[in-house]
Design a protein around this ligand. Structure first.
Ligand SMILES: O=C(O)C1=C[C@@H](OP(=O)(O)O)[C@@H](O)[C@H](O)C1
Ligand SMILES: C=C(OP(=O)(O)O)C(=O)O
Length: 453
Protein backbone atom coordinates (compact mmCIF):
# COMPACT_ATOMS: atom_id res chain seq x y z
CA UNK A 1 0.00 0.00 0.00
CA UNK A 2 2.92 2.35 0.72
CA UNK A 3 4.01 3.01 -2.86
CA UNK A 4 0.77 4.35 -4.38
CA UNK A 5 0.12 6.63 -1.42
CA UNK A 6 3.34 8.59 -1.75
CA UNK A 7 3.52 10.20 -5.20
CA UNK A 8 0.48 12.42 -4.58
CA UNK A 9 2.61 14.93 -2.69
CA UNK A 10 5.17 15.09 -5.49
CA UNK A 11 2.93 15.32 -8.53
CA UNK A 12 3.76 18.99 -8.97
CA UNK A 13 6.35 18.95 -11.79
CA UNK A 14 9.03 20.49 -9.55
CA UNK A 15 12.43 19.00 -8.68
CA UNK A 16 12.49 16.68 -5.65
CA UNK A 17 14.60 19.17 -3.69
CA UNK A 18 14.90 22.82 -4.71
CA UNK A 19 15.51 26.40 -3.72
CA UNK A 20 12.99 28.87 -5.06
CA UNK A 21 13.85 32.20 -6.64
CA UNK A 22 10.96 34.54 -5.98
CA UNK A 23 10.60 37.34 -8.52
CA UNK A 24 9.03 40.63 -7.46
CA UNK A 25 5.38 40.86 -8.54
CA UNK A 26 3.66 44.09 -9.54
CA UNK A 27 0.17 42.71 -8.91
CA UNK A 28 -1.79 39.53 -8.22
CA UNK A 29 -5.05 38.84 -9.97
CA UNK A 30 -7.32 35.81 -10.37
CA UNK A 31 -9.47 33.19 -8.66
CA UNK A 32 -8.39 30.15 -6.64
CA UNK A 33 -10.09 27.44 -4.65
CA UNK A 34 -8.57 26.85 -1.20
CA UNK A 35 -6.75 23.54 -0.84
CA UNK A 36 -8.25 20.90 1.51
CA UNK A 37 -7.66 21.48 5.24
CA UNK A 38 -4.55 19.85 6.68
CA UNK A 39 -6.01 19.54 10.15
CA UNK A 40 -9.32 18.02 9.03
CA UNK A 41 -7.57 15.68 6.60
CA UNK A 42 -5.38 14.17 9.34
CA UNK A 43 -8.36 13.88 11.70
CA UNK A 44 -10.86 12.43 9.23
CA UNK A 45 -8.33 9.87 7.94
CA UNK A 46 -7.39 8.67 11.42
CA UNK A 47 -11.02 8.47 12.54
CA UNK A 48 -11.86 6.54 9.35
CA UNK A 49 -9.15 4.01 10.20
CA UNK A 50 -10.55 3.73 13.73
CA UNK A 51 -13.92 2.56 12.35
CA UNK A 52 -14.33 -1.21 12.31
CA UNK A 53 -14.84 -2.12 8.66
CA UNK A 54 -16.61 -5.36 9.63
CA UNK A 55 -19.51 -3.43 11.17
CA UNK A 56 -19.15 0.04 9.62
CA UNK A 57 -18.12 -0.75 6.03
CA UNK A 58 -15.79 1.64 4.20
CA UNK A 59 -15.57 5.37 4.93
CA UNK A 60 -15.14 7.79 2.05
CA UNK A 61 -13.10 10.84 3.06
CA UNK A 62 -13.99 13.32 0.35
CA UNK A 63 -11.33 15.71 -0.94
CA UNK A 64 -8.25 14.80 1.12
CA UNK A 65 -5.17 17.03 1.15
CA UNK A 66 -2.31 16.04 -1.17
CA UNK A 67 0.42 17.23 1.21
CA UNK A 68 3.27 15.21 2.69
CA UNK A 69 1.49 15.25 6.07
CA UNK A 70 -1.61 13.70 4.51
CA UNK A 71 0.57 11.12 2.74
CA UNK A 72 2.31 10.39 6.06
CA UNK A 73 -1.01 9.71 7.78
CA UNK A 74 -2.20 7.49 4.91
CA UNK A 75 1.08 5.55 4.93
CA UNK A 76 1.03 4.97 8.70
CA UNK A 77 -2.63 3.91 8.70
CA UNK A 78 -1.91 1.47 5.87
CA UNK A 79 1.09 0.12 7.81
CA UNK A 80 -1.23 -0.36 10.79
CA UNK A 81 -3.57 -2.47 8.67
CA UNK A 82 -6.15 -0.10 7.18
CA UNK A 83 -7.13 -0.89 3.58
CA UNK A 84 -6.90 2.38 1.68
CA UNK A 85 -7.90 3.15 -1.87
CA UNK A 86 -7.39 6.56 -3.42
CA UNK A 87 -10.25 7.34 -5.78
CA UNK A 88 -9.80 10.69 -7.51
CA UNK A 89 -9.46 13.25 -4.72
CA UNK A 90 -11.00 10.93 -2.12
CA UNK A 91 -9.68 8.23 0.18
CA UNK A 92 -11.84 5.15 0.75
CA UNK A 93 -10.78 3.51 3.99
CA UNK A 94 -11.65 0.18 5.55
CA UNK A 95 -10.69 0.67 9.17
CA UNK A 96 -9.10 -1.59 11.78
CA UNK A 97 -11.28 -0.28 14.61
CA UNK A 98 -9.77 -0.87 18.04
CA UNK A 99 -7.17 -3.27 16.60
CA UNK A 100 -4.30 -1.63 14.72
CA UNK A 101 -1.61 -4.23 13.93
CA UNK A 102 0.85 -4.75 16.79
CA UNK A 103 4.64 -4.67 16.47
CA UNK A 104 4.70 -2.17 13.62
CA UNK A 105 7.19 0.70 13.15
CA UNK A 106 5.51 3.90 11.92
CA UNK A 107 7.28 6.84 10.29
CA UNK A 108 5.13 9.98 10.35
CA UNK A 109 7.73 11.97 8.40
CA UNK A 110 7.79 15.56 9.67
CA UNK A 111 4.14 15.70 10.74
CA UNK A 112 3.68 16.63 14.40
CA UNK A 113 -0.07 16.13 14.53
CA UNK A 114 0.17 12.80 12.69
CA UNK A 115 2.89 11.53 15.03
CA UNK A 116 1.08 12.55 18.19
CA UNK A 117 -2.41 11.41 17.19
CA UNK A 118 -0.97 8.01 16.26
CA UNK A 119 0.98 7.80 19.53
CA UNK A 120 -2.34 8.15 21.35
CA UNK A 121 -3.92 5.37 19.30
CA UNK A 122 -0.80 3.24 19.88
CA UNK A 123 -2.24 2.76 23.38
CA UNK A 124 -4.56 0.22 21.70
CA UNK A 125 -1.62 -1.96 20.59
CA UNK A 126 0.74 -4.22 22.51
CA UNK A 127 3.63 -2.37 20.85
CA UNK A 128 4.18 0.35 18.25
CA UNK A 129 7.46 2.09 17.47
CA UNK A 130 7.69 5.61 16.04
CA UNK A 131 10.69 6.86 14.05
CA UNK A 132 11.21 9.87 11.84
CA UNK A 133 13.39 10.66 8.86
CA UNK A 134 13.36 14.31 10.03
CA UNK A 135 15.65 14.04 13.09
CA UNK A 136 16.44 17.78 12.98
CA UNK A 137 12.79 18.84 12.96
CA UNK A 138 10.16 16.40 14.26
CA UNK A 139 12.98 14.54 16.01
CA UNK A 140 13.63 17.60 18.17
CA UNK A 141 10.00 18.34 19.07
CA UNK A 142 8.84 17.41 22.58
CA UNK A 143 6.60 14.39 23.12
CA UNK A 144 7.11 13.99 26.89
CA UNK A 145 3.75 15.40 28.01
CA UNK A 146 1.87 12.81 25.96
CA UNK A 147 4.21 10.00 26.98
CA UNK A 148 3.69 10.89 30.65
CA UNK A 149 -0.08 10.70 30.27
CA UNK A 150 0.17 7.36 28.44
CA UNK A 151 2.48 6.04 31.18
CA UNK A 152 -0.08 7.06 33.82
CA UNK A 153 -2.63 5.07 31.86
CA UNK A 154 -0.43 2.00 32.13
CA UNK A 155 1.57 2.09 28.88
CA UNK A 156 5.22 1.07 28.80
CA UNK A 157 7.14 3.81 27.06
CA UNK A 158 10.72 4.13 25.89
CA UNK A 159 12.03 7.27 24.20
CA UNK A 160 15.10 9.37 23.63
CA UNK A 161 14.53 11.71 26.59
CA UNK A 162 10.92 12.41 25.56
CA UNK A 163 11.73 12.61 21.86
CA UNK A 164 11.64 10.23 18.87
CA UNK A 165 12.37 7.37 18.39
CA UNK A 166 9.65 6.18 20.75
CA UNK A 167 8.13 2.78 21.53
CA UNK A 168 4.72 2.57 23.19
CA UNK A 169 3.55 -0.72 24.70
CA UNK A 170 -0.11 -1.06 25.60
CA UNK A 171 -2.87 -1.74 25.96
CA UNK A 172 -3.71 1.15 28.29
CA UNK A 173 -6.56 1.43 30.75
CA UNK A 174 -9.13 4.24 30.69
CA UNK A 175 -10.38 6.56 33.42
CA UNK A 176 -9.20 9.90 34.68
CA UNK A 177 -5.88 11.29 33.48
CA UNK A 178 -4.10 14.62 33.42
CA UNK A 179 -2.34 15.85 30.31
CA UNK A 180 -0.46 19.10 29.91
CA UNK A 181 -1.79 21.33 27.13
CA UNK A 182 0.80 24.05 27.72
CA UNK A 183 3.20 23.14 24.90
CA UNK A 184 0.79 21.64 22.37
CA UNK A 185 -2.88 20.77 22.11
CA UNK A 186 -1.98 17.71 20.05
CA UNK A 187 -1.30 15.59 23.16
CA UNK A 188 -4.86 16.05 24.41
CA UNK A 189 -6.27 15.52 20.90
CA UNK A 190 -4.32 12.25 20.73
CA UNK A 191 -5.98 10.98 23.92
CA UNK A 192 -9.38 12.17 22.69
CA UNK A 193 -9.07 9.95 19.59
CA UNK A 194 -8.05 6.99 21.79
CA UNK A 195 -10.77 7.44 24.44
CA UNK A 196 -13.90 6.04 22.72
CA UNK A 197 -12.20 2.72 21.98
CA UNK A 198 -11.12 2.10 25.59
CA UNK A 199 -13.64 0.10 27.61
CA UNK A 200 -13.94 2.82 30.26
CA UNK A 201 -13.27 5.91 28.11
CA UNK A 202 -11.25 8.86 29.36
CA UNK A 203 -11.91 11.72 31.73
CA UNK A 204 -9.25 14.21 30.63
CA UNK A 205 -7.99 17.03 32.78
CA UNK A 206 -5.98 19.48 30.64
CA UNK A 207 -3.37 21.16 32.80
CA UNK A 208 -1.23 24.28 32.45
CA UNK A 209 -2.07 27.34 30.38
CA UNK A 210 -4.04 25.60 27.62
CA UNK A 211 -2.77 26.46 24.12
CA UNK A 212 -4.32 26.01 20.67
CA UNK A 213 -7.94 25.56 21.76
CA UNK A 214 -9.13 25.76 18.15
CA UNK A 215 -7.62 22.39 17.12
CA UNK A 216 -9.09 20.80 20.26
CA UNK A 217 -12.51 21.94 19.05
CA UNK A 218 -11.72 20.49 15.60
CA UNK A 219 -11.02 17.16 17.32
CA UNK A 220 -14.38 17.31 19.15
CA UNK A 221 -16.02 18.19 15.84
CA UNK A 222 -14.38 15.18 14.17
CA UNK A 223 -15.48 12.83 16.95
CA UNK A 224 -19.05 14.13 16.52
CA UNK A 225 -18.83 13.52 12.74
CA UNK A 226 -17.99 9.87 13.56
CA UNK A 227 -20.88 9.52 16.00
CA UNK A 228 -18.82 9.80 19.20
CA UNK A 229 -20.38 11.56 22.20
CA UNK A 230 -18.08 13.80 24.23
CA UNK A 231 -18.63 16.54 26.78
CA UNK A 232 -16.25 19.42 27.38
CA UNK A 233 -16.17 22.32 29.81
CA UNK A 234 -16.36 25.72 28.06
CA UNK A 235 -12.63 26.38 28.71
CA UNK A 236 -11.79 22.82 27.56
CA UNK A 237 -9.94 22.04 30.79
CA UNK A 238 -12.17 18.98 31.28
CA UNK A 239 -13.13 16.65 28.45
CA UNK A 240 -15.08 13.45 29.11
CA UNK A 241 -15.47 10.75 26.50
CA UNK A 242 -17.26 7.53 27.43
CA UNK A 243 -15.76 4.20 26.40
CA UNK A 244 -17.05 1.48 24.09
CA UNK A 245 -18.21 3.96 21.49
CA UNK A 246 -17.42 2.67 17.99
CA UNK A 247 -16.39 5.18 15.33
CA UNK A 248 -19.07 5.25 12.64
CA UNK A 249 -19.34 7.17 9.37
CA UNK A 250 -19.98 6.61 5.68
CA UNK A 251 -18.79 9.87 4.13
CA UNK A 252 -17.08 12.95 5.52
CA UNK A 253 -16.04 15.97 3.48
CA UNK A 254 -12.81 17.87 4.15
CA UNK A 255 -13.36 21.66 4.22
CA UNK A 256 -10.96 24.27 2.78
CA UNK A 257 -7.72 25.08 4.59
CA UNK A 258 -7.48 28.39 6.45
CA UNK A 259 -3.80 28.25 7.56
CA UNK A 260 -2.43 27.89 4.01
CA UNK A 261 -5.06 30.25 2.61
CA UNK A 262 -3.97 32.90 5.10
CA UNK A 263 -0.73 33.14 3.08
CA UNK A 264 -2.67 33.69 -0.16
CA UNK A 265 -4.84 36.33 1.53
CA UNK A 266 -1.74 38.16 2.79
CA UNK A 267 -0.10 38.02 -0.65
CA UNK A 268 -3.27 39.49 -2.14
CA UNK A 269 -3.41 42.21 0.52
CA UNK A 270 0.19 43.43 0.20
CA UNK A 271 0.18 43.69 -3.61
CA UNK A 272 -2.17 45.58 -5.94
CA UNK A 273 -4.81 43.60 -7.83
CA UNK A 274 -7.84 41.51 -6.99
CA UNK A 275 -7.87 37.92 -5.76
CA UNK A 276 -10.87 35.70 -5.11
CA UNK A 277 -10.43 32.65 -2.91
CA UNK A 278 -13.31 30.17 -2.69
CA UNK A 279 -13.96 27.06 -0.54
CA UNK A 280 -13.50 28.84 2.81
CA UNK A 281 -16.54 28.21 5.02
CA UNK A 282 -17.73 31.08 7.17
CA UNK A 283 -18.82 28.69 9.95
CA UNK A 284 -15.56 26.85 10.58
CA UNK A 285 -13.60 25.90 13.70
CA UNK A 286 -10.12 26.46 12.19
CA UNK A 287 -8.62 29.22 14.35
CA UNK A 288 -6.72 30.62 11.36
CA UNK A 289 -10.06 31.90 10.00
CA UNK A 290 -9.21 34.81 12.30
CA UNK A 291 -6.52 35.86 9.79
CA UNK A 292 -9.36 37.48 7.81
CA UNK A 293 -10.35 39.64 10.79
CA UNK A 294 -6.71 40.46 11.60
CA UNK A 295 -6.02 41.57 8.02
CA UNK A 296 -9.18 43.69 8.01
CA UNK A 297 -8.08 45.29 11.29
CA UNK A 298 -4.74 46.05 9.59
CA UNK A 299 -6.66 47.87 6.84
CA UNK A 300 -6.99 45.20 4.13
CA UNK A 301 -10.06 45.30 1.89
CA UNK A 302 -11.59 41.81 2.15
CA UNK A 303 -15.19 41.03 1.27
CA UNK A 304 -16.97 37.75 1.97
CA UNK A 305 -19.74 36.31 -0.13
CA UNK A 306 -20.69 32.85 1.16
CA UNK A 307 -17.58 30.66 1.02
CA UNK A 308 -15.64 33.11 -1.19
CA UNK A 309 -13.35 35.89 -0.07
CA UNK A 310 -12.35 38.75 -2.38
CA UNK A 311 -9.24 40.75 -1.55
CA UNK A 312 -8.63 44.09 -3.26
CA UNK A 313 -4.94 44.54 -2.61
CA UNK A 314 -2.50 47.35 -2.18
CA UNK A 315 -4.36 49.24 0.60
CA UNK A 316 -2.08 50.87 3.19
CA UNK A 317 -1.79 48.58 6.23
CA UNK A 318 -1.35 49.46 9.89
CA UNK A 319 0.28 47.48 12.70
CA UNK A 320 -1.73 45.52 15.29
CA UNK A 321 -1.07 43.94 18.66
CA UNK A 322 -2.82 40.59 18.93
CA UNK A 323 -2.77 37.37 20.95
CA UNK A 324 -1.61 34.97 18.21
CA UNK A 325 -2.36 31.66 19.95
CA UNK A 326 -5.83 31.42 18.43
CA UNK A 327 -4.39 31.47 14.89
CA UNK A 328 -1.03 29.84 15.53
CA UNK A 329 -0.49 28.51 11.98
CA UNK A 330 -1.21 31.90 10.39
CA UNK A 331 1.23 33.96 12.47
CA UNK A 332 4.07 33.50 9.96
CA UNK A 333 1.95 34.60 6.99
CA UNK A 334 0.53 37.55 8.92
CA UNK A 335 4.09 38.60 9.76
CA UNK A 336 4.54 39.34 6.04
CA UNK A 337 1.64 41.80 6.29
CA UNK A 338 3.28 43.28 9.40
CA UNK A 339 6.50 43.79 7.41
CA UNK A 340 4.69 46.33 5.19
CA UNK A 341 2.35 47.87 7.79
CA UNK A 342 2.87 51.27 9.43
CA UNK A 343 4.17 50.77 13.00
CA UNK A 344 5.18 47.70 14.98
CA UNK A 345 3.02 44.59 15.06
CA UNK A 346 3.32 42.27 18.05
CA UNK A 347 2.03 38.70 18.23
CA UNK A 348 1.63 37.87 21.93
CA UNK A 349 1.20 34.50 23.66
CA UNK A 350 3.01 32.63 20.88
CA UNK A 351 5.60 30.67 22.88
CA UNK A 352 4.48 27.41 21.23
CA UNK A 353 5.76 28.71 17.87
CA UNK A 354 9.21 27.85 19.20
CA UNK A 355 8.22 24.16 19.26
CA UNK A 356 7.11 23.75 15.65
CA UNK A 357 9.09 22.72 12.53
CA UNK A 358 11.69 25.34 13.48
CA UNK A 359 11.80 28.01 16.18
CA UNK A 360 9.26 30.25 14.51
CA UNK A 361 10.17 33.18 16.77
CA UNK A 362 13.99 33.28 16.80
CA UNK A 363 14.49 31.79 13.32
CA UNK A 364 11.95 34.23 11.89
CA UNK A 365 13.75 37.15 13.52
CA UNK A 366 17.07 36.03 12.01
CA UNK A 367 15.67 35.75 8.47
CA UNK A 368 13.73 39.02 8.63
CA UNK A 369 16.83 40.82 9.94
CA UNK A 370 18.78 39.57 6.92
CA UNK A 371 16.19 41.36 4.80
CA UNK A 372 16.76 44.60 6.71
CA UNK A 373 13.56 44.44 8.77
CA UNK A 374 13.44 45.58 12.36
CA UNK A 375 12.23 42.77 14.64
CA UNK A 376 12.31 41.82 18.31
CA UNK A 377 11.38 38.82 20.40
CA UNK A 378 10.59 37.78 23.93
CA UNK A 379 10.14 34.21 25.11
CA UNK A 380 6.44 34.56 24.36
CA UNK A 381 6.14 37.19 21.61
CA UNK A 382 7.33 38.29 18.19
CA UNK A 383 7.37 41.91 16.97
CA UNK A 384 7.87 43.09 13.39
CA UNK A 385 8.14 46.74 12.35
CA UNK A 386 6.87 47.70 8.91
CA UNK A 387 9.18 48.99 6.17
CA UNK A 388 8.25 51.06 3.12
CA UNK A 389 10.27 48.74 0.88
CA UNK A 390 12.56 45.70 0.94
CA UNK A 391 15.68 45.49 -1.21
CA UNK A 392 15.71 41.66 -1.60
CA UNK A 393 18.50 40.33 -3.84
CA UNK A 394 19.79 37.90 -1.16
CA UNK A 395 19.41 34.27 -0.08
CA UNK A 396 17.36 33.45 3.00
CA UNK A 397 16.93 30.16 4.85
CA UNK A 398 13.60 28.34 4.74
CA UNK A 399 14.62 26.37 7.88
CA UNK A 400 12.87 23.30 6.44
CA UNK A 401 9.62 24.89 7.59
CA UNK A 402 6.69 25.28 5.20
CA UNK A 403 5.26 28.25 7.09
CA UNK A 404 8.64 30.04 7.08
CA UNK A 405 8.85 29.38 3.32
CA UNK A 406 5.39 30.93 2.85
CA UNK A 407 6.38 34.01 4.87
CA UNK A 408 9.65 34.52 2.97
CA UNK A 409 7.90 34.00 -0.38
CA UNK A 410 5.39 36.75 0.44
CA UNK A 411 8.24 39.10 1.35
CA UNK A 412 10.01 38.21 -1.91
CA UNK A 413 6.94 39.08 -3.96
CA UNK A 414 7.11 42.64 -2.55
CA UNK A 415 10.93 43.03 -2.64
CA UNK A 416 12.80 45.14 -5.20
CA UNK A 417 15.06 42.31 -6.40
CA UNK A 418 14.57 38.49 -6.54
CA UNK A 419 14.83 36.57 -3.27
CA UNK A 420 16.24 33.04 -3.05
CA UNK A 421 14.77 30.74 -0.38
CA UNK A 422 16.65 27.55 0.46
CA UNK A 423 14.94 24.18 0.88
CA UNK A 424 11.70 25.44 -0.64
CA UNK A 425 10.53 21.87 -1.40
CA UNK A 426 9.52 21.65 2.28
CA UNK A 427 6.45 23.63 1.22
CA UNK A 428 5.02 20.18 0.39
CA UNK A 429 4.54 19.43 4.08
CA UNK A 430 1.26 21.32 4.07
CA UNK A 431 0.76 23.20 0.78
CA UNK A 432 2.27 21.48 -2.30
CA UNK A 433 0.43 23.79 -4.73
CA UNK A 434 1.46 27.00 -2.97
CA UNK A 435 3.83 28.22 -5.71
CA UNK A 436 1.54 26.97 -8.50
CA UNK A 437 -1.41 28.83 -6.95
CA UNK A 438 0.59 32.05 -6.80
CA UNK A 439 1.71 31.49 -10.41
CA UNK A 440 -1.98 31.29 -11.37
CA UNK A 441 -2.33 34.77 -9.86
CA UNK A 442 0.59 36.09 -11.96
CA UNK A 443 3.63 35.50 -9.68
CA UNK A 444 6.90 34.24 -11.21
CA UNK A 445 9.21 31.66 -9.60
CA UNK A 446 12.29 29.73 -10.63
CA UNK A 447 12.81 26.28 -9.12
CA UNK A 448 16.54 25.69 -8.64
CA UNK A 449 17.29 22.00 -8.21
CA UNK A 450 19.52 21.16 -5.23
CA UNK A 451 20.79 18.01 -3.56
CA UNK A 452 20.00 19.18 -0.04
CA UNK A 453 17.24 17.30 1.73
O1 LIG B 1 -4.18 19.57 16.07
C1 LIG B 1 -3.67 19.95 15.02
O2 LIG B 1 -3.97 19.43 13.91
C2 LIG B 1 -2.69 21.04 15.06
C3 LIG B 1 -2.52 21.77 16.20
C4 LIG B 1 -1.58 22.91 16.29
O3 LIG B 1 -0.45 22.52 17.03
P1 LIG B 1 -0.23 22.87 18.61
O4 LIG B 1 -1.38 22.33 19.36
O5 LIG B 1 1.05 22.17 18.93
O6 LIG B 1 -0.15 24.37 18.68
C5 LIG B 1 -1.13 23.38 14.92
O7 LIG B 1 -0.04 24.23 15.02
C6 LIG B 1 -0.78 22.23 14.02
O8 LIG B 1 -0.40 22.67 12.74
C7 LIG B 1 -1.94 21.30 13.82
C1 LIG C 1 3.05 23.04 13.17
C2 LIG C 1 2.44 22.52 12.12
O1 LIG C 1 2.15 21.19 11.96
P1 LIG C 1 2.44 19.92 12.89
O2 LIG C 1 2.48 20.36 14.31
O3 LIG C 1 1.31 19.01 12.60
O4 LIG C 1 3.75 19.37 12.42
C3 LIG C 1 1.96 23.39 11.02
O5 LIG C 1 1.21 22.89 10.16
O6 LIG C 1 2.32 24.58 10.95
Amino acid sequence: MTAPLLPRAHADGMPDTFDVLVHPASELRGTLSAQPSKNYTTRYLLAAALTDSATNGPVRVIGVATSEDAAAMLRCLADWGAAIELVGDDAVIRGFGAHPKAGVTLNPGNAGAVARFLMGAAGLTSQTTFVTDYPDSLGKRPQGDLLEALTRLGAGVSSDAGKLPITISGPVRGGMVEVSAERSSQYASALMFLAPLLPSGLDLKLTGDIKSRAPLRQTLDTLAAYGIQASASPDLSRIRIAGNQPYRAERVMVPGDYPGSAAILVAAAILPGEVRLSNLREQDLQGEKEAVAVLREMGADIERSGDTLTVRGGQPLNAVIRDGDGFTDAVQALSAAAAFAGGTTTWENVFTLRLKECDRISDTCRELEKLGLSVSETENSLSVSGAASLAGGITVNGHGDHRMIMLLTLLGLRAEKPLRITGAHHIRKSYPQFFRHLEELGAKFEYLKTDTK
